[in-house]
Ligand binder design. Structure first.
Ligand SMILES: [Zn+2]
Length: 222
């Protein structure tokens, strides 16, 4: 029963984060109430239950049948599983926070090639409460400011994201995250036709972070 509770809590938080990514900062996250972006019909209770509503209505709006991206359902399922792992004592609160931050910033970066500083600040303020060392955080934030002032190949948002990870992850892990993220980014650029179009890098760093977590869990060389 507890597992169900943790899963629905995680799925509901993911649903809220999806709304934040869709609306903030251009629009209010409170008003108007949840509605279909295509026909603007206000969503009823039966259309707002994470995952189940999308399965029941076949990922389409109940009123106009316009397709709803399946990514919402996938994100809700992922967060549901993360909360279950946390609830079962298989994941620390700091890791859960880092993963939620990674998911949110990666979605922003994919959509807009940037993310709002306020969203980064909310997650980072919470992580600061649990940090043991702030030196790498300070250095990476400084790089972020420099990258903002003098545009480089790597964006300031990438440095700020790494800075937040460094509050919990050790130096070697951060180096591995950068290394794996770069490999994944290079493979993606090489496999695309338009090689000069900039890519969102936070999703690759986030993938590197997840892989490092998995390797640590499996006791592989980290
Ligand atoms: Zn609709």
């Amino acid at each position: 029963m507890n597992i169900l509770l943790y899963f629905s809590l995680g799925a509901s938080i993911a649903s809220f984060l999806g709304l934040v990514v869709d609306r903030f900062p251009e629009r209010s996250i409170v008003l108007p109430a949840s509605h279909c972006d295509h026909c603007h019909s206000r969503l009823g209770i039966s259309e707002m239950i994470p995952i189940l509503s999308q399965v029941y209505y076949g990922s389409r709006c109940k009123h106009c049948k316009h397709a709803i991206p399946k990514r919402y359902m996938v994100i809700e399922a992922i967060c549901g599983i993360l909360f279950v792992l946390f609830g079962l004592g298989q994941m620390q609160l700091t890791t859960l926070l880092l993963l939620l931050m990674s998911l949110t910033l990666a979605l922003y970066d994919l959509d807009q090639q940037e993310y709002p500083v306020f969203v980064w600040l909310v997650f980072t303020s919470l992580l600061l409460l649990f940090a043991h060392s702030y030196s790498l955080f300070a250095v990476l934030c400084l790089f972020g400011i420099l990258a903002y002032m003098f545009p480089l190949k790597i964006g300031s948002g990438d440095f700020f994201y790494l800075a937040s990870l460094s509050l919990i992850m050790d130096k070697m892990s951060i180096l591995w995250i950068i290394q794996i993220g770069s490999w994944l980014g290079i493979i993606t650029i090489l496999s695309r036709k338009q090689k000069r179009t900039p890519i969102a890098f936070v999703p690759f760093l986030a993938a590197g972070f997840v892989l490092v977590l998995l390797m640590q869990r499996l006791g592989l060389f980290l």
